[in-house]
Design a protein around this ligand. Structure first.
Ligand SMILES: Cc1ncc(CN)c(N)n1
Length: 232
């Protein structure tokens, strides 16, 4: 399976769950974002939920600072928290403000079951496990959106209905974040599992975490397609 190069570990894990990865990155919600046919209500519902998702996802990266073994790992996790809360969430705040939804409303929105399932799974992986367990569960989020952003940017024009969303994830800034997360992950894996990590007895558990998080991404898109009202 081909896709952007975000490092060896990601390539192995993506290869280890190809059908789920394809279902995630080529989901009907993704197609609708790309060709502009996604109903606006579904998009806004997703975006409100995604804001809350990012709050918890940033908490999980903060846990990375706690579980890190090197200063570089700590710096990477701390910088990612900053990007999430100060950059990626700005898209959500901006788009929702234009629709009359305030940031406080976003912060207070109640979570859909799929949202709870995904973020608590990731947090639990980090609480129970070590740095690699946490990173394996965090990985589908960043690399998947990087891949989707690039894929949609190939065909969507500047005036496409969801161009802002597409450009956020296709942007050089987000792509650099994916590349540097991939390099950090490769270093973290080599440090703990050596040069042949897929032969390690730990690999199947890490693959399982990556696959489960990928399946939870699919459920998150399903939730988005279902639509709903703010806070529902
Ligand atoms: C559910 C989900 N997955 C991934 C991303 C990209 N950070 C996101 N914003 N939301």
């Amino acid at each position: 399976m081909t896709g952007p190069n975000y490092g060896q570990t990601f390539a192995h894990m993506r290869e280890g769950c190809t059908p789920s990865w394809q279902a995630y990155t080529r989901h009907a919600f993704v197609q609708g974002l790309g060709d502009g046919t996604l109903p606006r209500a579904a998009f806004l519902h997703y975006l409100v939920q995604d804001y809350v998702y990012l709050v918890n996802y940033a908490r999980a990266w903060s846990l990375g600072v706690v579980k890190a073994e090197t200063l570089d790992e700590m710096k990477h996790c701390a910088a990612t928290v900053d990007v999430l809360v100060n950059q990626e969430m700005a898209l959500h705040v901006q788009v929702c403000a234009a629709e009359g939804i305030s940031e406080q409303q976003l912060f207070d929105a109640s979570e859909e079951i799929e949202n709870i399932a995904y973020t608590r799974y990731v947090l639990d992986a980090g609480m129970q496990g070590d740095f690699l367990d946490l990173m394996a569960a965090l990985a589908p989020c960043i690399f998947g959106y990087g891949e989707i952003g690039l894929q949609l940017a190939q065909t969507a024009g500047a005036d496409a209905p969801y161009a802002d969303w597409i450009n956020t994830y296709a942007s050089p800034g987000f792509q650099t974040a994916c590349t540097s997360a991939g390099a950090m992950l490769d270093g973290a894996v080599t440090r703990r599992l050596g040069d042949d990590p897929t032969s390690s007895p730990r690999w199947s558990v890490l693959q399982d975490r990556f696959t489960t998080a990928t399946q939870l991404e699919i459920k998150f898109w399903d939730m988005g397609l279902r639509g709903g009202s703010l806070g529902a």
